[in-house]
Design a protein around this ligand. Structure first.
Ligand SMILES: [Mg+2]
Length: 336
């Protein structure tokens, strides 16, 4: 059945049925004029929003409706995590072409619900309208954070150690497989596509890092390490060095780069959509934090560089030479 045959009211009813409960005790979710929600005692409210347009930010041919719903919510949850917060409520807006099937929209919400359930969130409201053009997805997420735990982009200082919560480039490898229709082994394809379609927001890791007091700046990697690191540098008024041999490159990125004859380093630096946390850690607190992180999460906090006073982002090569990095490629600057 197509959306046009069902009508908005009946569609919302089906969505609410699928989602189950939409409000915590005392709160009001879907069904009234506005959602009524209560942040925890002494908590501050975080709000983030993403707008995704079919053909610009996603291709319907490249993935399932379930994955689209999953990713649309997961990337917003990642933004809340990057501020040190816990996601609580989501609001979903959809502009739907009339030929869209009801099952497609319900599948979209199945993906949304998977993320919401995983992180203990509620879908508290939204809007659906008819679109004369492409499918448009708008997601707003609210989360909460203790004021003293807020992680900003602006707190980094020279000497701080740069880390990421996981190896980079797997999502970009998945996108390359889709866009270039790469022939590759099935296990590599499914691993890379999973990273691209279903990023894991680092909510639990971020809550621990925020609470630790050792993190001076943080964000989640959406545009690529290089561009996002520049965001921290700009906000903090500093530069950064990256040690080439320490850059954590995901094995899927290495494999896809080998198939394409391209650079795995480029996928890790500029691929984007990794949704790992990029953090700077105060050097006096680094050893303890890194140790505790491994014992808590059974995975390493990958240190790969340092904040420096000199502006710009610099790659220190294995042989000690350095290059100034830019978003569009590498500009050789000087040796030594
Ligand atoms: Mg972000």
């Amino acid at each position: 059945m197509q959306i046009a045959d069902l009508g908005e009211r009946a569609l919302i009813k089906k969505i609410v049925e699928l989602l189950g409960h939409c409000a915590a005790p005392g709160e009001v979710g879907i069904g009234d004029d506005a959602a009524l929600v209560k942040p925890g005692e002494g908590m501050w409210l975080l709000t983030t929003k993403d707008l995704l347009v079919e053909g610009v930010h996603f291709l319907l041919s490249a993935g399932s409706a379930v994955d689209l719903g999953y990713k649309s919510l997961a990337v917003n949850v990642s933004d809340i995590a990057a501020m040190g917060g816990v996601p609580r409520h989501a609001f979903i807006g959809l502009a739907i072409p009339s030929a869209t099937t009801v099952e497609f929209i319900l599948d979209f919400y199945r993906g949304v619900k998977e993320v919401a359930d995983k992180y203990g969130m509620l879908i508290s409201g939204g809007d659906t309208v008819a679109s004369p053009g492409p499918l448009v997805v708008s997601v707003t997420v609210q989360g909460e954070v203790k004021r003293e735990n807020v992680l900003l982009r602006s707190g980094a200082s020279p000497g701080d150690i740069l880390c990421v919560t996981g190896p980079l480039g797997a999502s970009a490898a998945g996108l390359a497989i889709i866009l270039h229709q790469l022939e590759c082994p099935e296990d590599l394809r499914s691993e890379a596509l999973l990273f691209h379609a279903r990023p894991t927001p680092r909510v639990v890791e971020a809550a621990y890092l925020a609470e630790s007091g050792g993190v001076s700046a943080a964000l989640d990697i959406s545009d690529g390490l290089l561009k996002d690191l520049e965001e921290i540098c700009e906000a903090s008024g500093c530069g950064a060095v990256i040690y080439e041999e320490q850059l954590p490159i995901h094995r899927a990125a290495r494999a896809v780069a080998a198939l394409q004859g391209s650079s795995p380093r480029q996928l890790a630096l500029s691929g984007g959509e990794d949704y790992e946390l990029l953090i700077s850690v105060r050097p006096s607190q680094y050893d303890l934090l890194a140790q505790e992180y491994v014992s808590r999460f059974a995975t390493e906090l990958h240190a790969f560089g340092k904040i420096c006073e000199e502006s710009g982002i610099w790659l220190i090569k294995e042989e000690g030479k350095r290059e100034k990095l830019s978003f569009t490629g590498f500009q050789h600057f000087r040796s030594g």
